[in-house]
Design a protein around this ligand. Sequence first.
Ligand code: SF4
Length: 287
Amino acid sequence: MHEFHGNTVFMEGATRWRDTEKGVYFAESTWIPVGRMWQVQAHSRSGGLRMAQKKGNAVLTQCGRCEVPKAEKFCRVEKGKGPANCPSLHKRELVKASRENTPPEEVVFARQAAIQESVGYRNRDKGYGHVTPEKPRIVEVVEFAKRMGYKHLGLIFCGGAQREGEIVHEILETNGFTVTSVMCKAGKVPKSSYGVTQEQHVDQTKPVETVCNPKFQALVVNEVGVDFNILVNLCVGHDSIALMHLEAPTTVLSVKDRVTGHSPLVPIYQYDSYYRYLKHPLPLDDL
Ligand code: SF4
């Protein structure tokens, strides 16, 4: 049995338990090697078998597998509970480090982001069960940029979302911002320069295809010194390159998902129905 009592975790079969506030919690004897990692088996409070993992001596943080109900989570409420690998409980030094030597502009940024989150709801005076979301993300992006006093925005968008990019550009200008916008194909670098063959083109009938160039997009907005960047619909990987090179703070308005109308959570919402095949490993051997 794996039970939560305040900050203490009790493990059936464990040769010892410790207060999770103080660090070690699983009996070492319960760890088993799996590949390059280690796993520990434990029975969750709900009775299901649960695996925790560690790499070397480091226990892996896995909030994505936290079984503590939302209203009881240690990270959300006073006197809450956390599982044995809860980072809020065990990574106190990192929590401290995350708050130390924070530049004043970052404090302002964090405060404004927190305020923006709150004002995205009405009925806040009635309590959590009544709060009502009322602002789409585009409105939040505009409001946040205004709160921060930004004047010049970089808009990094995908050519597959040309019209969307144009509309976002217009909305930003309508709200008084100067906008530098760069489409992903800007720079006109052929895919062949990266060793991509015609057979690997999106359109295999064309000998020349322009590569997405997120580094160029980043360099363009960096050069002009924008205050803040907004990404619209970049591809997986291209967004990563842009984020590697952008100098100003950046937010993401939307991400590319060609199948779901750029709503990548659709398969997650339908995980138990039409996307149940995701419960099995994808056939990735040919990659
Ligand atoms: S921080 Fe702790 S309590 Fe919060 S979700 Fe992660 S594991 Fe659960």
